[in-house]
Write a protein that binds this ligand. Sequence first.
Ligand code: HEC
Ligand code: HEC
Ligand code: HEC
Ligand code: HEC
Length: 216
Amino acid sequence: MVWRAICVLRVRCVTSACDSTHIQTPEMLLYGEAYEKCSKSHLTASRNLLAGSLRGYGFMSFFKDAKHLFVFAGLFVLAFLVFLVVRHYVVPKSFGEYGHYRGASIGEIAARPIKFAGHQACESCHSDVLDVKSKGKHAHVNCEACHGALEKHADDPSAMTPVLPDTAVLCARCHTASAAKPKGFPQVVPADHSTGLPCETCHKPHSPAMDAGGAK
Ligand code: HEC
Ligand code: HEC
Ligand code: HEC
Ligand code: HEC
């Protein structure tokens, strides 16, 4: 069956007896006299091949069209070389120095100007605000979460005076009711709750709770 299939596909035969018949059409090969001849010679050929392969000869003749494989393998090697050359020029020099990223990016990020001062810096000068805030519900909300990045001001207060936040925007950002927020988190519908008044009319931003008339 195997030889018959090869015959139909017109693969060149190992035996000389077969060569001439193989130029014929598959139909002729299958049904004609040629096929008879062919199958006979193939039977001999396969026997020869089996015997030959033990000696090494059959093995080589089996791979006599191996140059196609070499061309194919050569193309792979060539493509790999092109890949290496392109990679050399495209991948940044420090890539992979520490991990799967540019090693130089650490220095670049560290060299960026600092924007946030951190709440300890604010508290060292504005201890009065800290006193109020630390006793209220906003004790754990840090200064720059509301006032924005203020490293420039903390570094030199006279160089830059912070703009006071607009509570209608600021407070709503955290407290507008939403099903996505944890149930325990204090939420209001600003328009209904404040009836248009600014939040700081009733709440002190640094200590917002209003229990029994006293701020907390
Ligand atoms: C070195 C001391 C110092 C540090 C640090 C500092 N401030 Fe100030 N801050 C001042 C001084 C002084 C003023 C008053 C400046 C003025 O009125 O022009 C001021 C004013 C302010 C004001 C009020 C502006 C106004 O219009 O009343 C806010 C708000 C403020 N600071 C927030 C902060 C925050 C937030 C931080 C931390 C990121 C901070 N400050 C860090 C000294 C400091
Ligand atoms: C929950 C948001 C919030 C936090 C947190 C917060 N502030 Fe404020 N802060 C405000 C708002 C809003 C105002 C403006 C109030 C107004 O317009 O009357 C303000 C005003 C100020 C002022 C102007 C003077 C005053 O007391 O009204 C200073 C100074 C100040 N904040 C510093 C700080 C510092 C320092 C911290 C951190 C220790 C801090 N704030 C934390 C919201 C906040
Ligand atoms: C950065 C987010 C944030 C901003 C901005 C903010 N808050 Fe809060 N607020 C909180 C957190 C966090 C709490 C504490 C919640 C808790 O205790 O579970 C809180 C608590 C409160 C409470 C107390 C609720 C209670 O439990 O009684 C009130 C009132 C309040 N905020 C009003 C305001 C007002 C008014 C503003 C605007 C000046 C404001 N908040 C801005 C985060 C924020
Ligand atoms: C007219 C006064 C008034 C104004 C204006 C106002 N509130 Fe309130 N707010 C209250 C009172 C009163 C309470 C209930 C007492 C408390 O919980 O401290 C309250 C409670 C809250 C609470 C806690 C709700 C809870 O579930 O515990 C939040 C959050 C809050 N307000 C945010 C705001 C925000 C944000 C604004 C501005 C958009 C604002 N409030 C404006 C009077 C006011």
